[in-house]
Every structure is written in structure tokens, then in C-alpha cells.
Design a protein around this ligand. Structure first.
Ligand SMILES: Nc1nc2c(c(=O)[nH]1)N[C@H]1C(S)=C(S)[C@@H](COP(=O)(O)O)O[C@H]1N2
Ligand SMILES: [Mo]
Length: 558
């Protein structure tokens, strides 16, 4: 019987040893906020890989989540991304094991037992060093304002130890599986002759058992801590609500006679259900007390504003807003509505004294995200808000605490969270996603969606006795408003739906059409027109680069 090649055994051992390494990194992260290398690696890759690669990954992921019905898109996507980070580190470990074993096997006859402990340590260093540098760059470079991390020296030392021990273990396992022939009697390992194939297999099984136990224990305890912390988030929302004395305010359109069809999505998205999209495996956590908004560049009075300064010095404005991601497919769930509270960017800039010649704002965020805003837009659009509250409470970490920018009529990609800096400049600079091939303006597309064909809620028309089935959903066109929604059944005529008054001119509109029921299999299609009558684009286009277009249809057997 032939032995499997050393590199294959190395790949196996690499995998077996990297799994517990990842579990222990995770445990340390949950216990003491030590860096979780799979996430820093993934986030770094997301920033350096070419934009079209990233765009394809995002599109593939969003369509897979929808096709397989995996649940809410943004949360599921984040889970998959987190998994990809873990798989990436696992793959690195497997590759490193394969290479180490292949190299040692080639040198086998020439290395003494003692010399053979060195390559394992070298492997640990070669794999660990770049990952440590990436982690340092992501978490501890001057621009990075992630504060929820262990002290730098301690964190990097822990990673160095972890990777060296991991590398040394790789080397040890190699020695156990392939003892040096000439020095076998000196070392603690068995003479080669006695290391039978059976013994090797038994050893690998024992190793697998031990590493599996560490992996499960480490990951399990880590998960438990994460679970306990997640419960804290709900508590955080509640505590913030109490602290802000945020009374549930009545919605401005509560008296509207058009009742949503039963099963239509909530008109006002519960805060915990608002979609979340950003380039970070974990939400950026900023210390709100230490945080300052820097305003500099072509201004007479550079500013460093604390959150309290913004709140105390400027008038607060509320705006009900429907935010959507440019990656939202037709009828996707990357769209939500809440109440944004903040101060006018225009007012804040006036105090900084914008100098002649200035034309743009470069807005920078703690996570390296950035966007450019036209100063002309700031002058003509009073609704640009430096936002510090959603739903009446301070922004949650995942939604941009302490400060984010609202720009009406634009997709989310133009609206930075976790803002730290506004530079007033004369030169245009492409924003984070614009550099990566997405639309430079990113004006929201008009869209209309059927949420429900509420056959269960059919009722007889009081006048004629004809059964009516409520059909309902949303229509949205950024800040341009919706003047008309129409529904077509099969190839019939377009019938006008009733529109509920929206929460504001910048939110979606809930529509409803009560369809005269006819049994059978039917296809329902919806379309809308913008405030000024401009019809929704019917041509099917993908999300990249400018936002999806096309009509939404659903088929039902009734
Ligand atoms: N700093 C920062 N801001 C960001 C992003 C980001 O990755 N980093 N993503 C943008 C994108 S693509 C979208 S769709 C919105 C989503 O905001 P939300 O997660 O609060 O819903 O945030 C925008 N602002
Ligand atoms: Mo987005």
C-alpha cells in the first residue's frame, strides 16, 4: 500500500490545527476584544481587491440568498461574509501545512531532529506576520477609529504567540509522523520502523479528536458570550429609548383612510429590522466621548465638534426617510424606513466659513469609507442632515454612531456612517464605491413592489357582492415622490391603485388595490410613476452600476 503524499497529509494536518487556532482567536476576541484575524483579513481583502471582483461577489451572494430563501438579505450576507473570512484563514492554514510537509519531506534525509523544529516556527512566522500587519493596519493605524479592541501591544503579542505555537505544532506533528531516520533513537519519537501506516492513522485520528474538542469548546464558549452580548443589544435599544425619553411618536399619516392590505410590510421599519450594509465584518464601535467631527480644508474656522456641540449649537430637524442600498434587487429587502434626526449640514458649514474656490466636501469615515458631496447641493438642499438619531435614539453602532450623513434621493452608498472628518476642497474625488465602478451620482431609481396578494382577506364588495382581494405593497422614487401606482392582472388593463399618504416626501408610499377575484392561476404586475409623472423604467437592468430597474411580478394560484 502506498502512503499518501506528504503534502496531502500536511494539508490535512494544517486544517486540523488551524480550526482550533481560529476557535481560540475567536474566544480571545469575545473574552477580551482581541482582534479576530479572519474578520480583519476579510475586511482588508474587501478593500484591496478590484471593485469588479467585489461587485460580482456581492451580486452572487444577494442572488443566492434570494434564490435559496435564506432569510433577510443584509443579515444573512453578513453571516456569509463572516464565514468567508473564517474559510479564508482555514485555507491559508491548509496551504501552509501542505507546503511545510512537502518541503520537509524533500529535505527529510538532510535534517536532524533538532533542525526539524525550526521550519515549523518559520511557517508560523511567515503566515502570522502578514496577518498581524494586516490586523494592525485595519485596527490600529491612525485613521482607524475602531475603539473596541484590546491595547495594541498586547493584541499583537497575543497573535504572534498564537501563530508561533500553531507553527511549532505543525512541525511537531510532522516529526511525529515522519521521524528523522538517523536520530530517531535520540529524540522522544518512535523509531521509523515502528511508525507503521496504522500508527500514523491512529495518531491522526487522535489529533483530529483533540483539535475538534478544542475547536468546539472554544467556538462554543465564544458563541455563548456573543449570544449573551446580542441580548444586550436589545437591552441597549431599550435603555437608549428610556434615556432619550423617546416616546413612541404617532406617525404623521395615522389618520389616512387607505389601510394597507393585510400582510403589507410595516410602513415604519422596526429599528432592529432596518437593513445594514457596510464594508465591516463587525460594526465600527466609536467612543462617543472622545469622538470629534473635524471640519477643515478651505474654511476660515476649522472645527473639532463634539456630539454635544452639534446638538447644543444647531437646530434639530426630523426627516422620515426610506433608505435603500444600490445593491437592492427588484423587490429586495435592502430598503427600510425610519425617522432621522440631525442638524443641517448647511448650518454647520456656515459657521466654519467656506472659502471661495471650494467646490466639494470630502466626507471620511472611521472605517476608511469616504464620499464626495457637491457644495452646490449643500446650498440648494436644506435636507442634508448630519444625523445623530434614528427613531428618536442615538444611532446604533451598526448604523453609524455617533454621526452619519443623510442625502435625499441618493442610494445608501453616497451616505457615510461613522463620519469623522469633512474636508472642504476644490477638487473632486471619487467616493469609495464610485472608485469600484458604481454610479457617481447614485440617484435612487423609481421602484414598486407587490408585498402581498391577500387572498385570505378577501371580502365582498358591499355594492355588488363581488369578492375583492386586497393587493398591496410599496412604491418609492427617492425624494421625487410617487403620483401613481397601477396593477395589471395577467394581460389585462392597468388598474390604478389607491395611495396612502406617505410618512414624508422622502419615504416609500404604501399602495393598495382591491382586485375583483377570479379563480385560477394569475400573474400580478405593478408599476409606478414618479411625482412629476415620469414612468418607472420597465427595462430589466441589474443592480450594478446604477441600481436595478424593471417591473415586479408575482404569480399565484387562487
Ligand atoms: N462608513 C461607512 N458608511 C457607509 C457604508 C460603509 O460601508 N461604511 N455603506 C454605505 C451603504 S452601501 C449603505 S447601503 C448604507 C446602509 O446604511 P445602514 O447599514 O445604516 O442601513 O450605509 C452607507 N454608509
Ligand atoms: Mo449599499
Amino acid at each position: 500500500m502506498r502512503r499518501s503524499p506528504a503534502f496531502l497529509t500536511g494539508a490535512l494536518v494544517g486544517g486540523l490545527l488551524t480550526a482550533p487556532l481560529i476557535a481560540l482567536l475567536y474566544l480571545a476576541d469575545r473574552l477580551g476584544d482581541f482582534p479576530f484575524v479572519p474578520y480583519t483579513l476579510f475586511d482588508w481583502l474587501g478593500r484591496v481587491l478590484p471593485g469588479d471582483v467585489i461587485t460580482r461577489v456581492i451580486e452572487g451572494m444577494v442572488s443566492a440568498i434570494r434564490a435559496l430563501n435564506l432569510g433577510e438579505t443584509s443579515g444573512t450576507a453578513k453571516t456569509i461574509e463572516n464565514g468567508m473570512g473564517i474559510l479564508a484563514l482555514l485555507a491559508i492554514g491548509i496551504a501552509a501545512g501542505a507546503v511545510l510537509f512537502a518541503v520537509l519531506h524533500a529535505l527529510d534525509r538532510r535534517l536532524t531532529e533538532h533542525a526539524r523544529s525550526v521550519p515549523g516556527l518559520i511557517t508560523g512566522a511567515l503566515v502570522g506576520l502578514p496577518l498581524i500587519l494586516i490586523t494592525r493596519h485595519m485596527l490600529y493605524s491612525p485613521g482607524a477609529a475602531f475603539t473596541a479592541a484590546a491595547p495594541e501591544v498586547l493584541a499583537l503579542a497575543w497573535l504572534a504567540v498564537a501563530f508561533l505555537v500553531w507553527g511549532a505544532a505543525l512541525g511537531r506533528v510532522y516529526n511525529r509522523l515522519y521521524p528523522a531516520p538517523d536520530h530517531a533513537s535520540i529524540g522522544p519519537t518512535l523509531p521509523e520502523a515502528s511508525v507503521t501506516r496504522l500508527d500514523r492513522r491512529r495518531f491522526l485520528i487522535r489529533l483530529g479528536g483533540a483539535t475538534a474538542a478544542i475547536t468546539v469548546a472554544g467556538a462554543g464558549v465564544g458563541r455563548l458570550i456573543a449570544y449573551l452580548e446580542a441580548q444586550d443589544l436589545q437591552a441597549t435599544i431599550e435603555a437608549r429609548r428610556r434615556a432619550a425619553e423617546a416616546m413612541p411618536t404617532g406617525l404623521p399619516n395615522s389618520g389616512d383612510p387607505v389601510e394597507p392590505a393585510p400582510g403589507t410590510r410595516p410602513e415604519y421599519t422596526p429599528l432592529e429590522d432596518h437593513y445594514r450594509i457596510d464594508i465591516n465584518s463587525r460594526p465600527v464601535e466609536i467612543d462617543g466621548n472622545a469622538w470629534r467631527l473635524q471640519i477643515h480644508g478651505l474654511v476660515d474656522h476649522p472645527q473639532a465638534l463634539a456630539l454635544d456641540d452639534l446638538i447644543a449649537r444647531y437646530e434639530a430637524h426630523d426627516q422620515y426617510v426610506t433608505l435603500a442600498c444600490i445593491s437592492n434587487p427588484i423587490a429586495g429587502d435592502l430598503i427600510s424606513t425610519t425617522r432621522w434626526t440631525g442638524v443641517r449640514l448647511h448650518d454647520v458649514l456656515a459657521d466654519a466659513g467656506v472659502q471661495p474656490g471650494a467646490a466639494y466636501l470630502r466626507v471620511r469615515s472611521a472605517d476608511g469609507f469616504h464620499e464626495t458631496v457637491d457644495l452646490a447641493l449643500v446650498d440648494e438642499e436644506p435636507r442634508l442632515l448630519l444625523t445623530y438619531q434614528w427613531d428618536g435614539i442615538p444611532l446604533l453602532p451598526q448604523h453609524g454612531y455617533p454621526l452619519r450623513l443623510y442625502i435625499p434621493d441618493r442610494y445608501g452608498m453616497k451616505q457615510p456612517k461613522w463620519i469623522t472628518e469633512i474636508e472642504v476642497t476644490a477638487e473632486y474625488e471619487e467616493g469609495y464605491w464610485v472608485v469600484r465602478g458604481w454610479d457617481a451620482v447614485a440617484q435612487m431609481r423609481a421602484t414598486s413592489v407587490i408585498d402581498v396578494v391577500a387572498a385570505d382577506s378577501a371580502y365582498p364588495d358591499p355594492a355588488t357582492g363581488q369578492m375583492l382581494v386586497p393587493i398591496g405593497g410599496i412604491a418609492h422614487a427617492g425624494a421625487r415622490g410617487i403620483s401613481k401606482v397601477e396593477v395589471r392582472v395577467d394581460d389585462g388593463p392597468w388598474a390604478e391603485a389607491r395611495l396612502r399618504a406617505p410618512l414624508s416626501e422622502t419615504t416609500w408610499v404604501i399602495w393598495r388595490y382591491d382586485w375583483p377575484f377570479a379563480p385560477g392561476e394569475h400573474t400580478f404586475t405593478v408599476r409606478c410613476a414618479e411625482g412629476d409623472g415620469t414612468p418607472q423604467i420597465t427595462e430589466r437592468r441589474p443592480t450594478a452600476p446604477s441600481g436595478a430597474t424593471g417591473l415586479h411580478s408575482v404569480s399565484r394560484s387562487l
